[in-house]
Design a protein around this ligand. Structure first.
Ligand code: SF4
Length: 227
């Protein structure tokens, strides 16, 4: 597998936010979201065998929560899915952060899928979510929308309602985007959309969703890598 980095930190998003977590960041992405904060994953990465990655994960014990992220980790599904099976058999709790553009049906059901459905503000990546992946969702999974403006919010609200998403996934997350080049300050001023505005829209619509702030961008400087 081609790996960018593997490290232990706290989970910054989802219902696992705040928990110690091992991040396995894989190389390569087939999308180009306008607000991407992981462009350094698009090229490069070093090849490692599954044994080597498993050993690196175990070296970070006693942490047993592992997130596969990227880039788009499902581009390496051929090796990633067997690695997931190995780790699940050893009682690791696994998450995968994915755009849902690749098929997700073969991801083991015990893995918590965090599926980032792209809104119009994602630019060329908008509308790339593969609708048949809705059938692969379980209550273990969370669907995320990164929101840059009112158009994105309306898209997310309509998508949630049209597909009765709250009946399919365990959580629905609305996450305000950060500006492309944030200041080193650890404040909400770096967000492309004021979270207060997003909360007002969510409450006005009675949306069955959770506000999700990327807490690692408040704990550390927003551009800091490997945290
Ligand atoms: S899918 Fe993720 S890594 Fe790929 S461009 Fe979008 S935000 Fe960046």
């Amino acid at each position: 597998m081609h790996l960018i980095e593997l490290y232990k930190s706290v989970q910054g998003e989802s219902s696992f936010a705040g928990l110690p977590c091992i991040f396995v960041r894989l190389a390569g992405c087939n999308l180009r979201c306008a607000w991407c904060d992981s462009e350094y994953t698009f090229t490069g990465g070093k090849p490692f065998t599954l044994d080597e990655i498993e050993q690196q994960i175990k070296a970070l014990a006693p942490c047993t929560l592992v997130e596969f992220t990227g880039g788009e980790p499902m581009l390496q599904a051929k090796e990633l899915l067997p690695l997931m099976d190995r780790l699940l058999a050893q009682n690791f709790t696994l998450m995968i952060e994915t755009s849902g553009e690749r098929p997700l049906a073969d991801v083991p059901k015990a893995v918590h899928k965090i599926v980032d459905v792209k809104c119009p503000g994602a630019g060329s990546a908008a509308n790339t979510f593969r609708l048949e992946n809705l059938e692969a969702l379980t209550k273990n999974d969370e669907v995320k929308f990164v929101i840059t403006n009112r158009e994105d919010y309306d898209f997310a609200r309509d998508f949630i309602r049209t597909h009765a998403l709250d009946a399919k996934a365990g959580q629905i997350l609305l996450s305000p985007a950060f500006v492309q080049i944030p200041s080193p300050q650890r404040t909400a001023d770096n967000m492309a959309l004021d979270p207060r505005k997003l909360v007002e829209w969510m409450l006005a619509d009675g949306l069955p969703a959770r506000l999700s702030l990327q807490i690692h961008k408040f704990i550390w400087e927003p551009m800091k890598k490997g945290v």
